[in-house]
Design a protein around this ligand. Structure first.
Ligand SMILES: [Zn+2]
Length: 423
């Protein structure tokens, strides 16, 4: 089912630029969307805001680690670097640099491309140059006459940028006069008129993930930074509502939307506002057909295998949450777990119909999404998983012959093997 997953490719200039979309990126990562972050530079030219965490010589390595840490919190498992020069993006050979982005787009085939806004949020020359090149690469990646050596063409369905609504300045008067200092220049923040915002993501429950990501960027913690002029609570409020502008691609429905994917690929199962699971599939009509398809058994085998591994990884992860391998496995397996829950909901509905009952349970995913915190969601899904699995097993055993039971036993052995392999 992985190939049906959506992909967000976020391209930003510096380590820490991702934080501004952090609640949204972690939200989508939790929904099973593949989120890839491409960071153009290592941020090696930045001012160091800590006493002993970095020197000019080590800053690139330190900021690399800081971004990896942030990605762990945001559930970003795929981090790419362009290794462009910090502060020098605009001076790169434009054609060649854009070609690097085109190759990345064609490789990853994202559903959504996300980058800095045209105004940069503040006019850092790297932000502006990255915006211009991402905009050009969005077009070029879909044009077979451009960069033929960069792989088969890909039309990314939507290009979004971040945005800061103008109304923020009214609520944070200090922000109007705030300037980001860059090589002796003082750069102002730039808002976007509120009525030009296309998508506002309501991602309150994911604010702690964004904050945790920011806490990783220790070398950037400027005590006189922009947070210092924000009224109490407004920073959290901004993190709970992140804004985006659609630049190109499939139009959005009328009005401000709350989902970057709205209207794309109906039938995909991982989107918040997507159709209810299985809405279009007719119930099992022919009772003579086997209730359980071989394909389902195969899928469940592999998914349950991953699920059982998750429990073990969680134990390791809880022991040492900062261990990066466990963190990334945890996120990977959480996504897999969501897949299996969906799968079970779909097939249980079929089973229920086949068994003459009329009470399908397709609401598990919606229910899970009501749990604000990842650990509560996980607990809920795990319980549902166990209930669903044993219910399925009972039905399968009552309806099927011994061969099928052998499949289940093989499955249990596989799961044990996976757990062993992780030790
Ligand atoms: Zn930046």
């Amino acid at each position: 089912m992985t190939e049906q997953n959506y992909t967000i490719l976020a391209v930003f200039a510096h380590p820490d630029d991702e934080v501004g979309a952090g609640s949204t990126l972690s939200y989508y990562s939790d929904q099973g969307v593949r989120v890839v972050l491409c960071c153009a530079t290592r941020g090696e030219a930045a001012t160091i805001f800590c006493d002993d965490c970095a020197t000019a010589d080590t800053l690139a390595a330190v900021r690399t680690q800081e971004l990896r840490c942030a990605c762990d919190h945001l559930g970003i498992r795929d981090l790419r670097w362009l290794d462009w020069p910090d502060g020098g993006v605009k001076d790169l050979p434009r054609e060649e640099a854009t070609g690097e982005l085109v190759a990345l787009i064609r490789e990853l085939r994202p559903t959504i491309l996300l980058t800095h806004p045209e105004n940069g949020l503040y006019p850092h020359p790297d932000h502006l140059a990255v915006w211009e090149m991402v905009r050009a690469a969005w077009d070029a990646a879909a044009d077979e006459t451009k960069y033929p050596e960069a792989g088969p063409v890909w039309q990314t369905p939507r290009l979004f940028t971040r945005a800061m609504p103008q109304s923020i300045f009214e609520r944070a008067p200090g922000l109007k006069d705030f300037r980001v200092e860059l090589n002796g220049q003082l750069l102002p923040f730039m808002g976007t008129p509120d009525d030009e915002i296309d998508v506002t993501m309501n991602v309150g429950p994911w604010v702690p993930r964004r904050m945790a990501a920011w806490s990783c960027h220790i070398s950037q913690h400027n005590p006189k930074g922009f947070s210092s002029v924000m009224p109490d609570g407004l920073r959290e409020e901004m993190a709970a509502r992140e804004q985006f502008i659609l630049i190109a691609g499939a139009p959005l429905p009328e009005g401000v939307q709350s989902n970057l994917f709205v209207g794309l690929e109906e039938g995909d199962t991982y989107m918040v506002d997507g159709p209810a699971p299985d809405a279009s599939e007719p119930a099992q009509e022919n009772p003579a057909e086997p209730i359980v398809s071989a394909e389902f058994v195969r899928l469940l085998n592999s998914e349950l295998n991953r699920h059982v591994s998750l429990a073990e990884v969680l134990r390791l992860y809880e022991r040492d949450p900062r261990e990066p391998r466990h963190g990334s496995l945890y996120h990977q397996l959480s996504a897999a777990e969501q897949e299996v829950i969906y799968l079970l909901a779909r097939h249980l509905r079929r089973l229920d119909a086949g068994a003459g009952r009329n009470e399908p349970d397709p609401t598990v995913i919606r229910e899970a999404r009501r749990r604000d915190r990842p650990d509560l969601r996980h607990e809920f899904l795990q319980n549902r998983m166990e209930v669903a699995y044993s219910r399925f097993l009972d039905l399968a055993r009552s309806a099927l012959v011994d061969d099928e039971r052998a499949v289940w036993e093989e499955l249990a052995a596989l799961s044990r093997g996976a757990v062993e392999a992780l030790k």
